[in-house]
Design a binder for this molecule. Structure first.
Ligand code: NAI
Ligand code: MG
Length: 330
């Protein structure tokens, strides 16, 4: 029995996570779903953004599908971001963001990229302070953190039969921090002689992602650079509505569409479920159901070819129409 924890969260999370669960349920595997709470709406009712019961359910299942949650733009006493809480609680150190072409006019062709972003340290380590009129953020890079993310990148390249891993850094300026990150990646690369290690400065990489993204396979980088480059890359294949991601730790993994709660379209039934459904495919890959994951990706591709598309991709289909079409293409 496969156990999957579902955390729809806020806004369109409540539309796209049921869609992804419907696709998983249609595969004919034995799957038991456990639904769990998190988010700003739940916080307003209960005073807790992510209750211990949710953390326990995620731990029990080992894998979770997370929708999105809303974060208020001003500080609200007692509120913590549920996805950051999950990353922290389970040390979800690797954020994987595949960028694969879809067979529609809105997508660039011939792309099969994977961005591997370090998810726990770097400039997002949370060490910020004010010293008089000077604001300081510490950029924390550790040997352990850099080595394990580099290993993840090379392992993914091996699994996906890809030729190269590009280490993206700014070691020419950030000589100590990115110097260490680069050094760890070079060391790990020695264990993967069949894979070419390339390196690229982050500013040049941002340009190359627009100019010739098809020339790259796996990219590995630090937290902030990975955050920015992966949003940039999602635009190559149709934008936030279709971009999936995985947060991987030693024991637990959480899969989520890259988009947020989309309050501007929430409740209208028009959210694109593809990002969530491709996140479910990543979940299947992770639990050793790669063939089923490929079935889901093929059904998504068929649906795009049939032009059953939501508004963000230029169509008029609803979330339900797209989901039904994907299920029937399975
Ligand atoms: P967003 O991703 O929610 O929306 C950006 C734009 O993309 C909007 O125009 C939206 O309509 C569109 N969009 C997003 N998902 C879509 C989908 N599935 N189908 C079609 N169109 C889609 O980002 P935004 O507006 O910056 O943030 C809204 C809220 O979401 C905020 O409270 C923010 O904190 C939260 N957020 C949560 C994330 C998470 O839980 N991991 C990630 C990003 C934002
Ligand atoms: Mg982001």
């Amino acid at each position: 029995m496969i156990k999957v924890c579902l955390i729809p969260g806020d806004g369109v999370g409540n539309e796209v996570i049921p869609a992804a669960a419907e696709v998983l349920a249609a595969l004919g595997l034995r799957i038991e779903f456990t639904e769990a709470h998190a988010g700003f709406e739940y916080f307003k009712q209960s005073g807790d953004a992510i209750p211990d019961a949710t953390l326990a359910a995620v731990e029990d299942c080992g894998v979770a599908l997370f929708g999105a949650t809303s974060s208020p733009s001003t500080k609200v006493q007692g509120y913590r971001s549920p996805i950051l809480a999950l990353r922290k609680a389970f040390d979800l150190y690797a954020n994987l963001r595949p960028v694969q072409s879809l067979p529609g006019k809105f997508s660039r062709p011939n792309l099969d990229l994977l961005i591997v972003r370090e998810n726990t340290e770097g400039l997002y380590a949370g060490r910020e302070r004010l010293d008089g009129d000077t604001a300081i953020a510490e950029r924390v890079i550790t040997r352990q953190g850099s080595t394990r993310i580099a290993k993840m990148a090379f392992e993914q390249a091996r699994k996906r039969n890809q030729h190269s891993v590009t280490v993206v850094h700014k070691a020419n300026v950030l000589k100590v921090t990115d110097g260490l990150f680069r050094e760890c990646a070079l060391e790990v690369a020695k264990d993967y002689p069949e894979i070419t290690m390339k390196e690229m400065l982050v500013d040049a990489m941002a340009m190359r992602l627009v100019r010739d993204p098809e020339n790259f396979d796996v990219l590995v980088t630090t937290n902030l650079f990975g955050d920015i480059l992966s949003d940039e890359a999602s635009a190559l294949i149709g934008g936030l509505g279709v971009a999936p991601s995985a947060n991987i730790g030693e024991k637990v993994a959480v899969f989520e569409p890259v988009h947020g709660s989309a309050p501007d379209i929430a409740g209208q039934g028009v959210a694109n479920p593809i990002g969530a459904i491709l996140s479910a495919a990543l979940l299947l890959d992770h639990i050793g159901q790669g063939a089923q994951a490929d079935r889901v990706r093929q059904a998504v591709n068929e649906t795009v070819k049939q032009s059953v598309l939501t508004k963000d991709l230029g169509g008029t289909a609803t979330t339900r129409d797209v989901t039904r079409c994907i299920v029937s293409n399975l």
